[in-house]
Design a protein around this ligand. Structure first.
Ligand SMILES: Cc1cc2nc3c(=O)[nH]c(=O)nc-3n(C[C@H](O)[C@H](O)[C@H](O)COP(=O)(O)OP(=O)(O)OC[C@H]3O[C@@H](n4cnc5c(N)ncnc54)[C@H](O)[C@@H]3O)c2cc1C
Length: 456
């Protein structure tokens, strides 16, 4: 029996492009108008000041305003808004969130330097009357703490929980930005720039209430129940969830969700995991395949049927339905647990009778790391047009491909026709970088290489 393809959240490439253009134009216009109006008012003052000072003052003011606006806009990128996810994909939004955060930090740091160097403000004795400036200094310090703990999280060996704790400082910093701007910024003293600023602060506050209060309450209302926890091999588990009665959960094959499992005496942490099951028309059950790779995932086997979970999702565009809905060969390359979104896509293709040629190249260390091997073999032996190549890096006596997925190996396994198809790549960051480079060197254009990083 074949299922209908889920179409619920899938925008066509043209619709996605249109939405992207509209959203990016709106943001650039907003920032541009703010910068322009701040510079116009400053240029009027500049007739009195020397040119160099006027330029420094104007630039400093514009940088402060734009940094404040970017800090507020930042939140929209990480707030998991469905509209933005459909246009850009959440993983990309989170990458851009990082870049914008760094830009906001740099602009915010240059802002006081330029203003002080312009001679408008003077560094003097610490007095309470100068609280808006002190507030600015405090928020800048906070911003740097957030930036350093994010950029150098791995170097500082911060656990995810500690990193997340530091990251929450950004909300206090934004509240301080809002007050600092209104208290000190002459451009924000009145007029429509002030109205714009207040509207941005109100939108930020609204988003904060939605993300931190309303959404968690709604998710708790829609509890999933853990229906099964199954061990697949020495370090991989499958967790099956049953949806809340009367509710359905629809996703595209390959999408992920933020999962929070609640078990007795176990930490209730939220982590992103791909839905490894194929979408079902009823949308009642979903499965996640989870590798024990850290503090939390090592405890997956301690959850039991009957425990409950919240599922925030689905998110992402790493799906053949979103990226390659037409016919044509597909190449799927996975490293280790990076198989999960591909598993979901293959299961969906089998269920819907999608018989376009698929080549799966799956790198693991040893044979025992290969999960769902029988199921995959059955798919390849059945009506699907699927070829599977296991590549093992540490298995002695392995008769198949050995070593890592690199250019010579891809050259051996893929034909010119297959290289003209869409490529889906998911695995450890190091492998993804090298495989992407190999594919590019073999002439596969960037737009045909779709990736999912298992790190946000
Ligand atoms: C889009 C996406 C899909 C994923 N799908 C799967 C999957 O199907 N199967 C699977 O086994 N793993 C998947 N992962 C990886 C999984 O989220 C991490 O392995 C898990 O969060 C590690 O948590 P830990 O506490 O056990 O390990 P830790 O050692 O604490 O964390 C290891 C790393 O995982 C990341 N991480 C940890 N906690 C979180 C969190 N709450 N939110 C975001 N990142 C976090 C951080 O980069 C951290 O450095 C996916 C990740 C992403 C981003």
């Amino acid at each position: 029996m074949t299922q209908n393809a889920p179409t619920c959240q899938c925008l066509s490439p043209t619709e996605r492009l249109f939405l992207r253009v509209v959203l990016v134009t709106a943001v650039v216009a907003l920032l541009g108008v703010m910068a322009w109006s701040a510079s116009v008012s400053a240029v009027q003052d500049a007739t009195i000041l020397g040119t160099a000072r006027a330029v420094a003052r104007t630039t400093g003011k514009v940088m402060g305003l734009v940094a404040g606006a970017l800090l507020m806009l930042q939140f929209a990128l990480s707030a998991r808004l469905k509209l933005l996810d459909r246009a850009f994909g959440l993983d990309r939004l989170l990458r851009d969130h990082k870049l914008l955060g760094i830009s906001a930090g740099v602009l915010a740091s240059l802002h006081p330097l330029l203003l002080y160097s312009s001679g408008v403000y003077f560094a003097g004795a610490l007095e309470w009357s100068r609280w808006p400036e002190l507030l600015g200094a405090g928020l800048l310090a906070m911003l740097w703490v957030v930036l350093c703990t994010s950029i150098w999280a791995a170097f500082l060996a911060l656990s995810y929980r500690v990193w997340w704790g530091f990251h929450q400082l950004v909300f206090a910093a934004v509240a301080m930005v809002a007050v600092h701007g209104l208290a000190i910024g002459g451009d924000l003293a009145g007029g429509w720039l002030r109205t714009m600023w207040l509207m941005m602060v109100a939108a930020y506050a609204g988003l904060f209430v939605w993300v931190k209060i309303i959404k968690p309450l709604l998710l708790r209302e829609n509890r999933f129940t853990i229906a099964a926890v199954e061990r697949l091999n020495h370090n991989v588990w499958t967790v099956e969830l049953a949806g809340p009665p009367g509710r359905t959960f629809h996703h595209l094959p390959g999408q992920f969700a933020f999962l929070k499992l609640h078990g007795k005496g176990l930490p209730a942490e939220e982590h992103p995991f791909t839905i490894s099951s194929a979408p079902s028309p009823e949308g009642l059950r979903v499965r996640f395949t989870i590798k024990a790779s850290g503090d939390f995932t090592a405890k997956i086997g301690q959850f039991h049927p009957g425990d409950w979970a919240t599922v925030d999702g689905p998110y992402g565009l790493f799906s053949h339905l979103a990226r390659a809905p037409q016919t044509g060969p597909l190449v799927m390359i996975a490293g280790g647990i990076g198989i999960t979104p591909i598993l979901s896509m293959l299961r969906h293709m089998a269920a819907t009778g999608d018989d376009r040629p698929v080549t799966l190249i799956w790198g693991n260390r040893r044979e025992e790391d290969i999960v769902y091997r029988q199921e995959l073999d059955a798919l390849a032996a059945g009506r699907m047009n699927l070829r599977i190549h296991h590549v093992l890096s540490e298995q002695e006596g392995w008769a198949g491909s050995a070593g890592f997925v690199d250019t010579p190996l891809l050259g051996r396994l893929l034909t010119a026709n297959q290289l003209r198809g869409q490529v889906f790549l998911c695995g450890p960051p190091v492998m993804m970088v090298s495989v992407r480079r190999a594919l590019r060197s073999m002439g596969v254009p960037r737009r045909r290489i779709h990736t999912e990083r298992f790190a946000l």
